[in-house]
Design a protein around this ligand. Structure first.
Ligand SMILES: [Zn+2]
Length: 361
């Protein structure tokens, strides 16, 4: 077996390449965030747990080519903690492919159409967040046990997301974003923000319905009816924000829905805002199921896991000829590139025949 010389790759060489961009713009900021999160999570983990969290992402192997124009994670040391920025990113990228495959398979084999439903409620205080999520779960169950809903929904995928507002004063950007809300209350830029330190849990849901649903006025549920039912189930008439839309079969529409369900339950700039904010998120999310599959989607998830839906996965057409090893050294990755041996080339390319991670996240 020939021995291939490994060569160091400089930041300058990396900069203009696809793999380099992934490393510098995606992996490195997440590793930096992991370093910050270490201090926040320290008290909650055992000595071993902390060690795993700290060393997460210290080592990556990417399959690539000489030009570094293609990339695929081959190996990495990951901690698997749901509060780790690197691991939540990894999960979201995989979930995006999984959800997209499930939609295609269910659409084709079960002739289903999809609806994107977003269920929200007014913001709550940090101390009430945990109870509020429990309330959401109960209300959701009530809603989907209703006869008219049960009759049309053949399954759902549901994601819990929590956002928080950590601006003490109304900034220019914040005013722009929620202009209607502030105007109604006679508030302007630089005023105290009434939503400061409040939290907003909400559900993003994809529903599967029969094709005939949209043309059958007897069973069709309008946006106003969804809103009214959600108000009743939550026992809260203040709720005004319910969004319902059909997921069209265009790639753009479907992709948008996939990303809503696959993306993080908490945004990185929010959950790691401060130790106090992290504690609120941690207590609210710990041990909770964040992504739920039901009915037809649960059935197809089992097929997905058994590899029965591989035909819906996109083929990875890239040829991987090289291996880039990235080692985390205090504040940046040091990278070494080498050619794959003949045996590795065959084995790794065979293993990499499908696209398993979305590059859009
Ligand atoms: Zn991790």
């Amino acid at each position: 077996m020939p021995i291939y010389q490994a060569e160091k790759i400089t930041k300058q060489e990396l900069k203009s390449t696809e793999l380099g961009k992934t490393l510098l713009e995606k992996v490195t900021p997440k590793k930096e965030l992991n370093k910050l999160a270490q201090f926040y999570i320290e008290n909650y983990l055992t000595v071993t747990g902390n060690e795993r969290f700290k060393t997460c992402g210290n080592y990556f192997e990417f399959l690539t080519n000489r030009e570094l124009s293609v990339r695929k994670v081959h190996k990495s040391n990951s901690c698997g903690n749901r509060f780790c920025p690197l691991c939540t990113w990894n999960t979201a990228k995989k979930d995006a492919i999984k959800i997209s495959v499930l939609l295609q398979a269910v659409r084709e084999e079960k002739e289903q159409e999809f609806i994107m439903l977003t269920l929200t409620a007014p913001n709550c205080s940090p101390v009430n967040l945990k109870d509020e999520i429990d309330k959401f779960n109960k209300a959701f169950k009530k809603l989907f046990d209703r006869r008219n809903v049960k009759k049309v929904v053949n399954g759902y995928m549901r994601k819990l997301e929590i956002t928080t507002d950590q601006e003490p004063k109304i900034t220019k950007e914040l005013y722009k974003k929620k202009q209607a809300y502030f105007k109604k209350r006679g508030l302007g830029e630089n005023d105290s923000n009434p939503q400061y330190n409040t939290y907003n849990p909400h559900f993003h849901v994809i529903l599967a319905v029969n094709k005939s649903y949209f043309n059958d006025t007897k069973i069709y549920i309008s946006r106003d009816e969804w809103l009214e039912m959600w108000q009743e189930c939550m026992d809260d008439e203040r709720i005004t924000q319910v969004d319902v839309r059909k997921v069209r079969s265009s790639e753009k529409s479907e992709n948008g829905a996939v990303l809503e369900i696959a993306k993080y339950s908490a945004k990185g700039n929010e959950i790691y805002h401060s130790k106090a904010v992290f504690d609120v998120f941690y207590r609210a999310l710990k041990g909770r199921q964040l992504l739920t599959y039901n009915g037809i989607f649960k059935e197809y998830l089992a097929k997905f896991k058994k590899g029965e839906l591989d035909k819906y996965k996109k083929k990875d057409e890239n040829e991987y000829t090289h291996l880039l090893q990235s080692f985390w050294k205090t504040s940046k990755y040091e990278n070494v590139l080498r050619q794959l041996s003949k045996e590795e080339l065959e084995e790794y390319n065979q293993r990499a025949k499908f696209i398993e991670e979305s590059n859009e996240i």
